[in-house]
Write a protein that binds this ligand. Structure first.
Ligand code: HEC
Ligand code: HEC
Length: 414
């Protein structure tokens, strides 16, 4: 049954019935629409970025760019985008948590749990694959997938969403300002939401300031490791963490680039313990990455921007803290056949790249004598652990998580 929000008399009976059903099956949900309060003058949604960040900038020349981003902001925070008015995009993507959610799995419109941990959102324009398994590669069409997902927002069709938006008075002027026409359409909703997401530019952390200061044009961590570039903006511990991350600990072999996300298109099986439910080592419905070549257990290398705010960690939210994550990389990597070659100990045997999903596995002889190539054991010292954590904390962009342009315009807040 559809829950209609217009207040014509014929819908009232249906609405009352649905309300009874909702209360019966789940805790009471406040489905009253509220009106967004927006600034009198539409703000400039572009954030200046230094060339090293190389983010696909929002197409700022697009007509009414800022108005489209603002409409996207309203849609993002509007609970009316879910079939029963219970959840908005921001119910699972909280700005204060870097647009992630502080729980392992999220609750959708009927309190059912999602299969995976809610991704954080920072610089979606610097990524080429979306979702943990990389099953979407076009942000513009991806943004409405949660609306139709039966667990997340539960509209059976986007046409039903159009009918809903037409009944909400505050949308007509917002669509008019963004598209010179007050009528919502699927294309316009996708345009507005994806414009807003591309405006979620995070480049103002303490580490970012240090990078821009030291290497404004080209991302060059090797220059730092060689002592040619000084990262003066970081304190000694953070700098040591940066060096470990890009050096001995080899985090950057996957989390490389200025967004620490493998330049936006890398996947790996990091040998999480398969005994834990939902583990990456147990094929779920994973698409095996963008090209499928990484195997069905490979997950997207997530960006580590704002990582201190986005706990819990991994695709299933299994690790509550950064210490738990470091325990995994220090001594917890499981020896599964699909383990990424970058997490095997090259010094003790040959390394096979490929495996079940590549037709011809490629064998690289390692430094050791046998073929046994166990997972790496980095065995961090307490000092190394502190340094890595300090560096990861320096990636928190407070300006981003407090930026009014991205905040929830609906009051009272859900
Ligand atoms: C019920 C919780 C929930 C709601 C509501 C929700 N999301 Fe998500 N979102 C998730 C989860 C969980 C994932 C990871 C899913 C996966 O990888 O399979 C995700 C992933 C994403 C991603 C991919 C990010 C990346 O880097 O891979 C984007 C973008 C996104 N959501 C945008 C949205 C938008 C826009 C809306 C509203 C239209 C929305 N989400 C509503 C839970 C939610
Ligand atoms: C072989 C590639 C690879 C290497 C090397 C690697 N990572 Fe990861 N990292 C990943 C992948 C893939 C995930 C997501 C895995 C999953 O959820 O199944 C991940 C997840 C994480 C997360 C959780 C992020 C989140 O949002 O949930 C953190 C933190 C992290 N890695 C830090 C590190 C650090 C620190 C190092 C170095 C000690 C490192 N990684 C080395 C590939 C790698």
């Amino acid at each position: 049954m559809e829950l209609k929000l217009n207040l014509n008399p014929s819908a009232v009976v249906a609405t009352a019935l649905c309300a009874v059903l909702l209360v019966a099956c789940s805790k009471a949900i406040d489905t009253k629409p509220t009106v967004p309060s927006l600034p009198e003058v539409t703000p400039d949604y572009r954030t200046e970025m230094a060339p090293i960040f190389q983010v696909q900038q929002p197409v700022a020349e697009a007509p009414h760019h800022d108005e489209r981003a603002q409409l996207g902001r309203v849609l993002f925070h509007d609970r009316m985008l879910s079939q029963n008015g219970a959840v908005s995009c921001s119910s699972c993507h909280h700005q204060s948590h870097g647009f992630a959610e502080p729980r392992a799995l999220s609750q959708g419109l009927r309190e059912e749990l999602t299969d995976r941990n809610a991704s954080h959102l920072a610089n979606p324009g610097a990524q080429f694959a979306y979702f943990w398994d990389g099953r979407a590669n076009d942000l513009t069409t991806q943004v409405t997938m949660p609306v139709e997902n039966h667990v997340e927002m539960g509209f059976r069709s986007l046409e039903d969403l159009m009918l809903r938006l037409e009944q909400l008075d505050y949308y007509a002027p917002l669509f008019e300002a963004a598209f010179d026409d007050p009528t919502p359409s699927v294309d316009r909703i996708q345009d507005a939401l994806s414009t807003f997401l591309r405006c979620l530019v995070s480049c103002r952390s303490k580490a970012d300031d240090a990078f821009v200061d030291a290497m404004p044009e080209v991302w060059n961590p090797w220059g730092v490791l060689m002592g040619e570039i000084e990262l003066n903006g970081l304190d000694e511990l953070e700098r040591r963490g940066f060096e470990l991350f890009h050096g001995e600990a080899q985090c950057a072999s996957c989390h490389g680039g200025p967004h620490f996300n493998g330049w936006g298109l890398d996947f790996a099986d990091i040998g999480l313990d398969a005994d834990t439910e939902g583990s990456a080592s147990t094929p779920i419905d994973a698409g095996g990455g963008f090209f499928g070549g990484w195997g069905p257990t490979a997950m997207k290398v997530p960006s580590l921007r704002n990582v201190a705010l986005t706990a819990p960690y991994m695709h299933d939210g299994r690790f509550a803290t950064l210490d738990d994550v470091l325990d995994h990389y220090s001594h917890g990597i499981q020896d599964v056949p699909t383990l990424d070659f970058r997490l095997r100990d090259w010094s003790s045997g040959s390394v096979v790249i490929g495996g079940p999903d590549l037709i011809e596995p490629i064998i690289f002889p390692g430094g050791g004598s046998g073929d046994e190539t166990p997972p790496v054991r980095l065995n961090f010292t307490p000092e190394e652990r502190l340094a890595l954590k300090a560096f990861l904390h320096s990636l928190t962009d407070f300006a981003f998580v407090q930026d009014d342009r991205f905040s929830n315009p609906f009051t009272p807040q859900p």
